[in-house]
Write a protein that binds this ligand. Structure first.
Ligand SMILES: [Zn+2]
Ligand SMILES: [Zn+2]
Length: 151
């Protein structure tokens, strides 16, 4: 049976079972965060030091600081088109809020400007239409091909 590589847990999942599996990953936890967030597989993430890069942001509307998960930082550094929702979780509000409303405590820059710069630095992956979505599908597909090669 065809398999896809789950962008949340990076396991190989039967295609037919994937929608239910994805729904479990996207389900909200009691604190409002998703159960899991999409990331790149560990081997594809940024492997270098994160020293000097912003990691904590404040939501301007509520003033509460939230730390960005390291696996997410290491994923968007390699593919800034992975998180096209352009929203991030705020611990103060208990929900996802627009990147534009959040600023890094380290640099004072808002998260949307930061993301846009990361994207502009990778023109070869700039979205044309829905390329961002197809990038994620491409990752899933390459996982499926790898699974086929293994099996
Ligand atoms: Zn999964
Ligand atoms: Zn907030």
């Amino acid at each position: 049976m065809a398999q896809v590589r789950c962008p949340y847990c990076h396991e190989y999942i039967d295609q037919a079972a994937y929608p239910a599996h994805e729904a479990r990953n996207l389900a909200a936890r009691p604190d409002g965060q998703q159960t899991e967030y999409a990331t790149l597989p560990e081997e594809d993430r940024e492997q270098g030091e994160l020293a000097g890069l912003p990691k904590v942001y404040v939501h301007r509307k509520c003033g509460v600081a939230t730390g960005m998960l390291e696996e997410i930082i290491r994923s968007y550094l390699m593919n800034p088109f992975l998180y096209t929702a352009d929203a991030t979780f705020c611990c103060g509000c208990g929900k996802h809020v627009p990147n534009r409303e959040c600023v890094w405590t380290e640099t004072g820059e808002d998260l949307q400007t930061y993301t846009d710069k990361l994207r502009a630095a990778m023109p070869e992956t700039s979205p044309k239409g829905c390329l961002a979505a197809s990038l994620i599908i491409g990752l899933v597909m390459s996982g499926a091909i790898a699974a086929a090669a293994l099996g």
